[in-house]
Design a protein around this ligand. Structure first.
Ligand SMILES: NC(=O)c1ccc[n+]([C@@H]2O[C@H](COP(=O)([O-])OP(=O)(O)OC[C@H]3O[C@@H](n4cnc5c(N)ncnc54)[C@H](O)[C@@H]3O)[C@@H](O)[C@H]2O)c1
Length: 323
């Protein structure tokens, strides 16, 4: 197969490229490097089955030609990270929705399959746990910028279904808090990586809010396997799948676990949401996936426990920081 991966130099995209190549595929990667990192993919440049272009998915002609020459598109390029959502909702809607519209249109015209990376954020603040793929999506007011990401991905899902109705072959996967080596550890990145870097650099771990909000953190290897299986199983076509973990943990528990596993004696400090995200911010209190559909149709099971995944990730960052 020749696979096109958008967002190939991103955290998940780069791991996906690795695995698709390891399975013998040819991989074409596109990334505009807004958040992409060369170090995530530099080892792939020796592989003759890997091609990479620094380019935005807004470049319609290039995108069209790339789609024309590939068998399947893994569409991961997006603006990701809660701080981005509150700071630049226009960019979020533009990349995650408008450019996705073009990509789906081209894939539909060219009769190519799309695997669309969506998110557990689409469930919003629905408080009926766990979230199954048919659960309602519940959002706050438009004045709270944080919802723009969930709505951009949700609207893009509607586009996927709209084009599927016209014949597009597609599958949607909703990731739940992914972590692992190469994830973004900046203020814009995920909480697990941020905590690991704070712990390893002997800084206090900053918990936003009271820390009672819960998430189900999923190790990157499980996510990559689920993504490839979703793209390759004919039974998955036209469906949505949650890809996550069963283990629900509060953010405060996560911080304590990372302190223990990293051997750091640092402390935990609490920061009000408003101080970090600005005046009007709403968080999602609990986020837990129902994985029945992924188990039944994809054979998905999150194999890496939180403790094991964190140990691997801490070891990776420790090595990286020591260089
Ligand atoms: N990491 C998670 O926990 C998580 C959870 C749910 C969903 N997702 C989804 O998974 C996908 C990958 O997320 P990630 O964590 O790897 O994020 P990431 O930011 O590391 O990767 C996204 C990549 O897209 C690239 N990009 C952004 N705009 C682009 C454009 N216009 N043209 C080309 N490339 C562009 C960025 O440079 C970046 O490398 C995203 O679609 C995201 O919404 C991630």
């Amino acid at each position: 197969m020749r696979c096109l991966v958008t967002g190939a130099a991103g955290f998940i995209g780069s791991h996906l490229c690795n695995e698709l190549l390891a399975q013998g595929n040819e991989v074409w990667g596109i990334d505009n490097m807004s958040e992409g990192r060369h170090e995530r993919i530099k080892h792939l440049f020796n592989n003759r089955r890997f091609k990479f272009a620094i380019c935005s998915i807004s470049e319609k002609q290039i995108l069209f030609k790339a789609i024309q020459q590939c068998d399947i598109i893994y569409h991961l390029a997006a603006v990701v990270g809660v701080k981005h959502y509150v700071e630049d909702p226009v960019k979020v809607m533009e990349v995650n929705l408008v450019y996705t519209f073009d990509l789906l249109e081209f894939a539909w015209k060219l009769n190519k399959k799309v695997v669309f990376a969506s998110t557990s954020e689409v469930y919003g603040k629905n408080n009926t746990i766990p979230f199954s793929e048919t659960s309602a999506r519940v959002y706050g007011p438009a004045t709270a910028n944080r919802w723009c990401y969930a709505i951009s991905k949700s609207a893009a899902e509607h586009l996927c279904f709209g084009y599927a109705q016209q014949g597009l072959s597609m599958v949607i996967i909703r990731y739940f808090n992914v972590y692992g080596p190469h994830a973004d550890g900046s203020a814009y990145g995920g909480v697990a990586t941020r905590f690991i870097i704070q712990a390893l650099t002997n800084n206090p771990l900053t918990v936003h809010g009271d820390g009672n909000q819960t998430r189900c953190f999923t190790y990157i290897n499980d996510i990559v396997k689920g993504t490839i299986d979703a793209g390759s199983k004919p039974e998955a076509e036209g469906k949505i799948f949650n890809l996550g973990h069963y283990h629900e943990v509060s953010i405060l528990e996560l911080a304590q676990l990372i302190l223990t596993l990293s051997g750091n004696k640092g402390n935990i400090i609490f920061q009000p949401y408003e101080e970090f995200y600005g005046s009007y911010f709403e968080d999602i209190p609990r986020r837990v996936p129902d994985l029945t559909a992924a188990e039944r149709i994809l054979g998905y099971y999150p194999r890496v426990s939180l403790e094991e995944g964190l140990k691997k990730t801490i070891a990776w960052y420790r090595h990286r920081l020591s260089r």
